[in-house]
Design a protein around this ligand. Structure first.
Ligand SMILES: *Cc1c(COP(=O)(O)O)cnc(C)c1O
Length: 378
């Protein structure tokens, strides 16, 4: 029998999801509100150690609301990590604001704090004002230098949006990622470590943000018996059915983190050595969730390259994927200001996400690692 396809990262149910979904049906809370939504928020707050949360239809919607609530509008600039998925940056454009992209550093693969400082200073010099917000990302679940970046934002009085869409379950100095920014963003898309099939959350120590996000995400209905509106609203709230999936998923999150980290360790045991392969680091003091095990492959010393590995895996029905193409290289953002140092361009050229599906068996990890190993020199 042919082995089933090995995915990059596929939904992995824990077993209790349908119980919560059934509760939604039994009580007829099949709506974008209800007890599962409230409890999912409460349980996520308790897990993260943060005061407030708003469950939404997507992580992208959460970033959009974060910008709206802080008055980001046409003509404003927002700094965004360039090395990320487009969902981090698109909401800046929704507001007719201008993205300014900042490159990564080799230590963390995430936003270079020195380059961020340069960018802030230079934008002030060139435009006369500071960027309205900074969006930092924890790529593939590995921590950015979040304390340093947070300090820089505080010093210049700039809002920090922490895009932890890939980093649920990860922490820095024992504090969960997503809780460092003024606003934290989570995603529960189908391939994320916790999925509701599609969904997201905005979290904050400032309860006003969650409260306002709930208001704006349900069409901004004012307090009146009829429908009264003083604000433009959005239909961004999470369904009570999907929140039930989230509650079930939250109960196995720690197990998924443990398994993702084990997958990474197994690849490392098989593939590390003097062979041109570099694994995404874990910066000191941090604990990553290893959502995706990511490597770069040096074509000069490895005897192979990223694309050869990807195509070879594909022959065996194994999915892998190049690292995110940096936003400053994307045609749609080509006119945007950028502060780059070559890091993310080089990583995009040589980088690959290995299948990191928690549904994989040990034998499948060994098979995948073995195929790659055979392509490497020595
Ligand atoms: C997945 C993702 C998002 C967007 O989340 P959605 O729930 O898919 O809208 C944003 N940023 C990053 C880094 C992501 O990986």
């Amino acid at each position: 029998m042919e082995r089933k396809k090995i995915w990059l990262s596929s939904p992995h149910m824990g077993g209790e999801e349908q119980k919560f979904v059934k509760e939604a049906f039994d009580s007829n809370w099949v709506a974008p509100l209800g007890p599962n939504v409230d409890e999912f928020e409460n349980e996520m707050c308790a897990y993260l150690g943060i005061r407030s949360a708003a469950a939404l239809s997507a992580g992208t919607a959460a970033i959009h609301l974060a910008l709206i609530m802080n008055g980001v509008a046409a003509g404003d600039e927002v700094i965004c990590q360039s090395f990320t998925f487009s969902g981090s940056a698109n909401p800046i454009a929704y507001q007719q604001a201008e993205p300014v992209f900042v490159d990564s550093e080799k230590d963390s693969w995430n936003m270079d704090p020195d380059l961020l400082e340069d960018a802030i200073t230079d934008r002030k010099k060139k435009t006369g004002k500071y960027p309205k917000a900074v969006i930092v990302v924890h790529l593939y679940g590995q921590s950015a230098k979040i304390e340093k970046i947070s300090e820089i934002c505080r010093k210049h009085n700039i809002l920090l949006i922490e895009d932890a869409a890939e980093a649920l379950g990860a922490s820095y100095k024992g504090k969960k990622l997503g809780t460092y920014g003024d606003i934290g963003i989570l995603s529960f898309n189908g391939n994320k470590i916790l999925t509701t099939s599609g969904g997201g959350m905005l979290v904050s120590a400032n309860e006003e943000y969650a409260k306002k996000a709930k208001f704006l995400s349900t069409q901004a209905r004012d307090n009146a018996p009829h429908y009264e509106h003083t604000h433009i609203g959005y239909n961004y709230r999470m369904s009570n059915v999907l929140a039930g999936i989230g509650r079930g998923q939250l109960r196995v999150l720690e197990k998924r983190v443990e398994r993702k980290r084990r997958i990474y360790e197994k690849y490392r045991e098989m593939l590390s050595g003097n062979n041109g392969v570099v694994f995404q680091p874990e910066i000191e003091g941090s604990f990553g969730n290893r959502w995706l095990s990511a490597i770069t492959v040096d074509p000069d010393t490895s005897g192979t390259d990223r694309e050869a590995i990807r195509l070879e895996l594909l022959k065996y029905n194994i999915e892998s994927r190049p690292l995110w193409k940096p936003m400053h290289m994307q045609p749609v953002f080509k006119a945007c200001e950028k502060y780059v140092n070559g890091t993310s361009e080089k990583m995009f050229e040589n980088g690959l996400c290995l299948p990191s599906d928690t549904n994989m068996t040990d034998a499948e990890i060994d098979e995948t690692g073995g195929i790659i190993k055979d392509l490497l020199k020595g």
